[in-house]
Design a protein around this ligand. Sequence first.
Ligand SMILES: [Zn+2]
Length: 248
Amino acid sequence: MRNATRRLLLAALALAPAIASAEPPLVPQKTEGKRPPFLDRLKAEVPPLKNPRGTRWPMICWECVSFDPQPPEVYKALLDRGITQHIQLDAKMIPAAQALQKAGCPVIMMQGGGGPWPYDQAPNWAHQFDVGYTPLVSKSWWPSWKACPAVFEGWRVNADRIRDTLRKFKDAGVTVDAVWMDWEGEPSSSGQKNGWENARHCRRCRETLPPPFSATSRSGTATAAGWPRTFSRPTWPPRSATCSPAAP
Ligand SMILES: [Zn+2]
């Protein structure tokens, strides 16, 4: 047995009693029928934290209490369990953000979107298919088979919208502590099987997408293997940066 392996085994044996004596994790149980309100379930099923959260962030959940402003005790019940209510990137939620902030919660924005969005926020965003080509229609739950991935006008529109929204929160005295943008659009959505085929039959994509897309297109092969990664690395970070709260 090699020394490193022996040390690892000894460490595992030393830790075994501690692991064995640890409390079993809480495992979520599926609830049948009509469910009680989230807060009631939370209080019944999730105990408060036993140790201070300190500087660690609370968790956010897809489902939580409400986007409407809540009494401080509701937010405290969440925080006591390491959870907070998030809000969306929407100025309508400024009252909720103010209530969260007043209750001592960080203001965390989280918003999901995908498919052709935000490409479709600007005109002239869709593929310009070759005559006679029948597009492959995505089976994705967020189908995005129509958008030209390299046409970013819709992203610019959305970036301006985000800046405007964040300014409104700032003017209302709200400090936005974090923003999560769960956007699942191009180019990743086209990465599914044969997803790039539509782009390869689009006149504009052939002109705007960088190699190796062009090279692959000329070769007539069935996939654009490696292209999404090559394209997204230099392209996506700058696109994301234009949408960040710190952007000018
Ligand atoms: Zn296109």
